[in-house]
Design a protein around this ligand. Structure first.
Ligand code: PRX
Length: 631
């Protein structure tokens, strides 16, 4: 099943809406090698989700690693599965499907030897090395549940995740390498484990840097896998067995452990990877995301390997050694599909076209983007300069919770417009709703909801189904709320306008304003803080903090608190010390006022709307006056 014409797209979209069970059972049969094929499609519904998570393919059973490895051995055992390029462009590893299968089996049997069992949770805190994918697949082979924590997160963030999911084992590396800089991964894990102990830490040697060591707890990865076997039987698990937990930021409180299960997620990742990009035999596919985010899970590891693709893993950054690195890789590896983030493209476009034109990009056919709205100027640069006007640009809108692509053009099929994610994939039924939650028909702008379940969606929040229901299904009962704003034009094309909740998207990294606020208010001398996003030229959005603090509090202390409690990627871009926050008489901070002031920057924010409910309207004037000095 592929889509090669608009008529086929329409046919599949209609079929998935009319009879989701028949459509998705067909996809699941087509894309997955089941131990026991499912007879059941969807059970449960959005309307009954408060009672129990919904299920897909519940009577089927499978193993995720078999999809990515075993079933390719006869047909493509000698084909490169992972093409890894390290921090230095000359540092290349090619791992065939046969080798990857062997490595995964060795790791799986060795981890089983350490006592890892089906259902156990294991945290990965690693850089972009092949062993990160090997560890994910090895855990999946055992039916264990991985939770990858992005290598920029702090010790406190790791400890919080270890506690929440009850992990007893962490897999990490001595240090990460990015753009010639070392990132002390093991040291950060050690610090996390002073807060929350684990039984074992397995450490991959990447840089050879000295590391702290606790005998009996710490083990080298190479010593561990040396005890493994070249084959290890996969654990056959029910389709709804948990595959992974990925923590993600929301409007309130600490990050949530979004849970994805095996059958529906694998079918959806494989289907969307092949469909959106118009995948062909022989493609060299490069997604330059990090495995610590959902994009790395679905579109570096699970989707591409399930489809038997050669998937590129990239350890470095787009500007190392210079702004031509991506296109140098395209030339050297003859990459056909390239998938990146608008924030990097904006930086590279600013560096000048010479960095692009220096390299042969004739192998490219598809250019994908993900993670944040792509502005038309950047879209056009991607299309005209990088793609020499002959590539399909595929702007993919989706989320950690959707598991895979949701709204995007199908490469070479769907007509595109710079800045629009265009049309929903089969199975995705979007609706725009106004502020009264009434459905908007035809062209209009509102909040984006998805009305019908699809197999790749998150099933629950780890250990907190009530929070899952409250976060996504409380706004309109029976309908999934995305948290995004969106416009639909007269052609039915969708234009994502950004988050409408208290989530900020900085360089494609999703951050909760509540997390910043709790970090900032932890600093002695700070009374209150409110954090909002504001438009930022290269990052898409920046973090703007309004802080009420004693004169003794300095900027460095606030930055340090964010680094410590969230991670190195959590920075305050603009700080404004204010005499008070605009609050209603019942004490609720009126964020829409702060958002408007932050968006205006040093300009007048104009009409701030109804201020009559404010306890002290005078404070708004003072904040407006001070905005020009925010830095
Ligand atoms: O606001 C949307 C934005 O990223 C959010 C999801 O973030 P996360 O769960 O970290 O997943 C990122 C990778 C899928 C969305 O709610 N977003 C993602 N892709 C796009 C986007 N906004 C506009 N256009 C996109 N293509």
């Amino acid at each position: 099943m592929t889509i090669t014409t608009l008529a086929e797209y329409q046919r599949d979209w209609d079929a998935a809406k009319r009879d989701p069970d028949a459509f998705w059972l067909g996809v699941a049969k087509d894309r997955i090698t089941w131990a026991n094929p499912p007879g059941k499609g969807l059970e449960g519904s959005f309307a009954t989700i408060a009672d129990a998570p919904l299920t897909w393919f519940a009577d089927g059973s499978l193993n995720a690693s078999v999809q990515c490895l075993d079933r390719h051995l006869d047909t493509r055992g000698d084909q490169t599965a992972i093409l890894w390029e390290g921090d230095e462009p000359s540092d290349i590893r090619r791992i065939t499907y046969r080798e990857l299968h062997r490595e995964v089996c060795r790791a799986a049997s060795a981890l089983a030897g350490l006592g890892v069992k089906q259902g156990d949770r294991v945290i990965l805190y690693m850089g972009m090395v092949p062993e990160a994918a090997i560890a994910m697949l090895a855990l999946a082979r055992l039916g264990a549940v991985h939770s990858v924590v992005f290598g920029g997160f702090s010790a406190s963030a790791i400890a919080g995740r270890v506690r929440d999911c009850g992990a007893k084992l962490i897999i990490t590396q001595d240090a990460g390498l990015r753009g010639g800089k070392k990132i002390p991964l093991k040291a950060t894990v050690d610090e996390a484990c002073r807060e929350t102990a684990v039984d074992k830490i397995v450490v991959l040697r990447r840089t050879g840097d000295p590391v702290g060591w606790q005998e009996g707890r710490d083990l080298w990865w190479h010593d561990v896998v040396a005890t493994g076997h070249d084959t290890h039987p996969p654990a056959i698990v029910p389709a709804e067995h948990p595959l992974f937990i990925l923590y993600t930021s929301g409007s309130t409180g600490q990050p949530k452990g979004v849970l994805h299960t095996t059958g529906g997620y694998m079918a959806y990742a494989a289907y969307t990877h092949a469909t959106s990009f118009g995948l062909r035999e022989g493609d060299i596919y490069a997604c330059v995301a990090d495995v610590g985010w959902i994009t790395g899970h679905s579109y570096i590891v699970y989707g591409p390997l399930a489809n038997g693709t050669t998937t590129v893993m990239f350890e470095s950054v787009p500007t190392y050694p210079d702004a031509g690195r991506y296109w140098d890789m395209v030339e050297r590896h003859r990459i056909t599909i390239f998938y990146g983030a608008p924030t990097a493209l904006r930086v590279l476009a600013n560096a000048g076209d010479a960095f692009v034109k220096k390299y042969d990009r004739s192998s490219l056919r598809v250019l994908g983007t993900v993670g944040e709205p792509i502005n038309p100027t950047t879209w056009n640069w991607y299309h005209d300069v990088v793609g020499d006007k002959h590539c399909a640009v595929v702007d993919t809108w989706w989320q950690t919770e959707t598991g895979g692509h949701a709204i995007n053009p199908i490469a070479g099929v769907t007509p595109t417009k710079p800045g629009s994610a265009t049309k929903p994939l089969p199975g995705i039924v979007p609706a725009l709703r106004d502020s009264d939650n009434k459905v908007i028909e035809g062209p209009g702008e509102g909040r984006l909801f998805l009305e019908q379940p699809w197999p790749g969606q998150a099933r629950t929040v780890w250990n907190d189904h009530e929070r899952f229901v409250k976060t996504y299904f409380a706004e309109v009962p029976g309908v999934y709320f995305t948290g995004d704003g969106c416009r639909r034009d007269e052609d039915g094309d969708y234009w994502i306008t950004g988050r409408v909740d208290d989530v900020v998207n900085v360089s494609g990294h999703r951050m909760g304003t509540a997390e910043f606020e709790s970090a900032i208010t932890s600093v002695v001398g700070v009374t209150e803080a409110a954090v909002v996003g504001y438009p930022h030229d290269t990052k898409g959005q920046g973090i703007y903090a309004f802080v009420v603090a004693a004169p003794s509090v300095d900027r460095a202390a606030l930055d340090a608190a964010c680094r410590k409690m969230i991670g190195a990627h959590a920075r305050i871009d603009k700080l404004q010390l204010v005499p008070g926050l605009p609050k209603t008489r019942s004490g609720k901070v009126m964020r829409r006022i702060l958002r408007k002031i932050a968006e205006a920057g040093d300009k007048d924010p104009g009409d701030l709307g109804d201020l009559t409910t404010l306890a002290d309207p005078g404070v708004v004037e003072q904040i407006k006056q001070g905005a020009a000095k925010a830095s």
